[in-house]
Write a new protein. Structure first.
Length: 115
């Protein structure tokens, strides 16, 4: 199983970023996917999740209306569109899959929101 995130970077408050996660080594279309984040000195927290078919999504309250999770099962990709970014969104963002009861993580991508 391999999860590779990309798309992070430095953005000003109010800006946007689109994170991508390339998945391989498992049957992607049969697995729900999640995005987590971890800010310095804080615990890793769930940002958003999407079902295997993409027909249902969930978000942490503070992300509702600003973040959108999506997936492309033909490309084995999951995305996180982040709009109206705030300094408190600064964190390392991780792609996650639970397969056979095991948690798999990518290496993470840094998002820094600062003027």
């Amino acid at each position: 199983v391999q999860l590779v995130e990309s798309g992070g970077g430095l953005v000003q408050p109010g800006g946007s970023l689109r994170l991508s996660c390339a998945a391989s080594g498992f049957t992607f279309s049969r697995n729900g996917m999640r995005w987590y984040r971890q800010a310095p000195g804080k615990e890793r927290e769930l940002v958003s999740s999407i079902t295997s078919t993409g027909d249902s999504t969930n978000y942490k309250d503070s992300m509702k209306g600003r973040f959108t999770i999506s997936r492309d099962n033909g490309k084995n990709m999951v995305y996180l569109q982040m709009n109206s970014l705030k300094p408190e969104d600064t964190a390392v963002y991780y792609c996650n899959a639970i397969i056979g009861g095991f948690n798999y993580w990518g290496q993470g991508t840094q998002v820094t929101v600062s003027s």
